[in-house]
Design a binder for this molecule. Structure first.
Ligand SMILES: Cc1cc2nc3c(=O)[nH]c(=O)nc-3n(C[C@H](O)[C@H](O)[C@H](O)COP(=O)(O)O)c2cc1C
Ligand code: SF4
Length: 408
């Protein structure tokens, strides 16, 4: 049994009208902003740092540390930006959409808190262009937040200003990568930039920029309202708070589940998702989407947390949990992943442009055997070392874990 825990990102799921700021107010919405406008920047930064919150977009970078870097870099810069990464392009991932569709004001609230912490006057939501309902709701939430004085000039008479707008992504997976996203936001073609400098130092139009995922922002109001000690009580030693997992595959109840970090795959699949559908036997999972890792049934009792998965060479990634059963054609699943990388490679650097095509061609070869798989692993390892951006460094993750857990 999963012990009682507070919901954070999906607390209002199905309970309020997501179009109504009044509903949001009556369920405690924006209370954290009222509190935060009278707090100092350093108090806000410290709260998030001490909470132990890590980014929910895939890399798990400590949010407080990122806020601190962004707030302290380039003291002479006249602008500082907050950008929400709502591009959600990772296959098997649909949690940000659920957060935005059930509680759009929560995202605005979280972004305001981040802007107050780093002293930013401008914020953008970079939103996946196919998410029509999310777009509608976020636009409405921004409009109503302006009307009620939570956005714009002199927020709640605090003397602080924040302008917010929305920008639509055009369906490129790579544009979810933070530096590519910033290029796209500047109106340029979605090519990645070389890191460093990181966005915290030199981001949008060359100014310090805080880029965080939707789910990450959605945790800030709870932390400000309840304190870092309460937040840090949820989860494991190194992975605090809750996480929204997206469960798909042949389970009885596919969907999004907000659970404490450290829940096991067994609890997620067999308690919450209602177990396997009749006629299907659990065989493993792909954790984190295409840029994620395969694992077999031996990890059923491993806590799903950054530190525990890392020890096993696995990733939590964006929270996608794609269940594999005894009838899943693993080769076809891998072919689909490699086809995805080939399609999404921007072609800027040779190791990835040629490598993604090569990997796809290799798996499509007739009489595919473990020898082809060995070649693919060597190629993917070469790509990981020599590609310009994280996209070309990603195919090694599913391939290596596939070899570890499923190579016959
Ligand atoms: C190819 C690629 C695609 C990505 N897509 C997304 C995405 O859709 N949403 C997201 O939040 N992060 C995505 N990321 C991760 C971002 O680069 C970045 O780490 C994240 O937005 C930071 O937010 P966080 O600290 O809150 O996790 C992607 C990374 C790569 C390499
Ligand atoms: S690694 Fe791939 S996606 Fe990244 S720059 Fe090179 S070609 Fe483009």
């Amino acid at each position: 049994m999963i012990a009682e825990f507070p919901k954070i990102s999906l607390a209002r799921f199905g309970k309020i009208n997501p179009e109504s700021i009044e509903d949001f107010f009556s369920s405690g919405g924006f209370e954290s902003v009222k509190k935060a406008v009278s707090m100092s920047q350093s108090e806000l930064l410290e709260l998030v740092e001490k909470s132990g919150l890590k980014g929910r977009g895939g890399a798990g970078f400590p949010t407080g540390m990122k806020q601190r870097f962004t707030s302290s870099s380039c003291q002479t810069c006249e602008n500082r930006y907050v950008v929400c990464n709502a591009d959600e392009g990772e296959p098997g991932t649909y949690k940000d959409r659920f957060i935005m569709e059930s509680d759009p004001f929560l995202l605005i609230e979280g972004m305001i808190l981040a802007a107050l912490a780093i002293n930013a006057n401008y914020a953008y939501v970079y939103l996946r262009g196919e998410y029509f309902r999310s777009i509608e709701l976020i636009k409405n939430a921004i409009k109503q937040s302006y009307e009620k004085g939570f956005l714009g000039q002199n927020i709640l008479n605090s003397g602080k200003n924040l302008e917010m707008d929305i920008y639509l992504g055009a369906g490129s997976y790579l544009c979810g990568e933070e530096l590519t996203l910033l290029e796209s936001l500047e109106g340029k073609r979605g090519y990645p930039r070389i890191k460093p400098p990181f966005p915290a130092e030199k981001g949008l139009w060359g100014f310090p920029t805080l880029v965080n995922n939707v789910e990450t922002f959605s945790h800030l109001p709870w932390i400000i309202n309840n304190g870092f000690e309460e937040y840090a009580k949820i989860g494991t030693a190194e992975s605090k708070g809750t996480k929204v997992f997206c469960v798909s595959g042949n389970v009885n109840k596919t969907g999004v589940y907000e659970v404490p970090m450290g829940i096991t795959l067994r609890e997620l699949v067999f308690d919450l998702a209602g177990g396997m559908k009749d006629g299907f036997v659990f065989k493993g999972a792909l954790l984190g989407g295409a840029a994620g890792t395969f694992a077999d049934e031996t990890i059923l009792d491993l806590p799903l947390a950054y530190e525990t998965l890392k020890k096993e060479g696995l990733t939590l990634g964006s929270g996608a949990v794609i269940i594999i059963d005894d009838k899943t054609d693993l080769k076809s699943m891998m072919t689909s992943i490699l086809s995805f990388f080939k399609h999404e490679s921007c072609g800027k650097c040779v190791p990835c442009r040629v490598g993604t095509a090569l990997l796809y061609d290799e798996i499509k070869k007739p009489n595919f055997s473990s020898k082809n798989l060995d070649f693919m692993l060597t190629e993917a390892e070469y790509m990981a070392k020599n590609s310009l951006c994280p996209l070309g460094q990603s195919p090694v993750l599913p391939i290596k874990s596939y070899v570890k857990y499923f190579k016959k």
